[in-house]
Design a protein around this ligand. Structure first.
Ligand code: UT7
Length: 331
């Protein structure tokens, strides 16, 4: 258990999923796939896709407004806005800066965190540290991604997996020793950069006619490799976060894993010896929403009454980098 007297607590949550639904049946029209294959191999039935002309910050704004309302905190009281995303509105500045202006959060400093699907966990850990040191009192932490913008709609190995969404939490400082973020652990292994990445559009290979023609601005992935390492890594970091919190897995009421593949989630639950009844799953409706997956699931779990006062919740995520993380939170 951490010794610091100040902890961060979740004061409110919110999420936003775009209105446009793309079903597996619709994808059957685009690529050589079937609803049956997608359902049995991933658990995904449909996903949401952001309409053209809108950016990441449009979703993040709605999620943020809901989280602020839920928390009873005003935008002007935010000291920081930290967003996990790999799909900011612009290459720079950050989507968090765009959001700060949209919210009128004039007293906040804002930045994005790039840790792919683990982005929310990383953003949460950073904000938690700022709060525990006394640097800030209120933070808006988001995971918000529009991976639809990075998909090759001719690649059946990737286009069936991902969707768009945004999730947000408002963190506040507390001296109540019994609740809040009990632990947060992060890890990366950069030797796997090219197992899951977007080859062009950065400084190494800026956009060119050739890069566009070769589809190098879309996600390239070795799915099998990601699968294997994701299960192992999320199990390991979840155990580390539980140890740091001084909490046993039996004390956890709900596990909220990254929503990438139902088979990954089931394998993780089996390794952690947690029944699926204690695991939050919503990927059948949204697919893999990258950094948004954990905070969207957290918000839904709260609204469905699956998290009550005193409950201990384990968050765990894994994504490109590879980067992964876990956190234990007492509500
Ligand atoms: O946040 C992290 C992001 N990434 C992930 O989480 C990805 C993790 N990996 C996965 O979820 C799985 O590896 C996939 C769902 C991507 C693939 O499932 P798999 O069971 O590992 O299938 P596979 O790649 O071994 O492919 C099996 C077969 C192949 O055909 P052959 O070679 O056996 O004839 C593929 O070509 O399935 C084929 N296939 C498809 N068939 C129909 C691959 N994608 C599709 C598809 N529809 N969409």
């Amino acid at each position: 258990m951490r010794s610091s007297h100040t902890r961060s607590v979740i004061l409110g949550t919110g999420s936003e999923l775009p209105a446009r639904v793309v079903t597996n049946a619709a994808l059957e029209q685009l690529v050589d796939t079937t609803d049956e294959w997608i359902t049995t191999r991933t658990g995904i039935k449909e996903r949401r896709i952001l309409e053209d002309g809108k950016g990441n910050s449009d979703m993040a704004y709605r999620a943020a407004q809901r989280a602020l309302r839920d928390a009873g905190v005003e935008a002007k009281d935010l000291d920081a806005i930290i967003m996990g995303t790999v799909t900011p509105d612009y290459p720079f500045p950050s989507s968090a800066c765009v959001l700060e202006d949209m919210l009128g959060a004039r007293n906040a400093f804002s930045f994005d965190v790039n840790a792919a699907c683990s982005g929310f966990l990383n953003a949460l850990a950073v904000a938690d540290s700022f709060i525990r040191t006394g640097m800030i009192r209120h933070a808006l932490v988001l995971g918000s991604d529009t991976l639809s913008r990075l998909l090759n709609w001719k690649d059946r190995g990737t286009c069936i997996l991902f969707g768009d969404g945004a999730g947000a939490v408002v963190l506040g400082a507390t001296h109540d020793g019994h609740k809040g973020i009990l632990s947060a652990r992060l890890k990366t292994d950069g030797s796997h950069v090219k197992t899951l990445y977007v080859p062009a559009g950065g400084s190494l290979k800026p956009a060119s006619l050739e890069s566009v023609k070769k589809n190098e601005h879309t996600i390239a992935m070795n799915g099998k490799e990601v699968f294997k390492i994701a299960v192992r890594s999320m199990e390991e970091i979840s155990r580390q976060a539980l140890d740091e919190a001084g909490v046993s897995i039996d004390q956890v009421s709900l596990v909220i894993p990254h929503q990438a593949n139902l088979r990954i989630i089931s394998a993780l639950a089996e390794r952690l010896k947690v029944p699926m009844s204690k695991v939050m799953v919503n990927l059948e409706r949204y697919g893999n929403t990258s950094a948004a997956s954990v905070p969207v699931a957290l918000d839904e779990a709260r609204r469905e009454g699956r998290i009550r006062d005193g409950d201990i919740v384990l968050l765990s995520a894994f994504g490109a980098g590879f980067a992964w993380g876990a956190a234990v939170i007492k509500f």
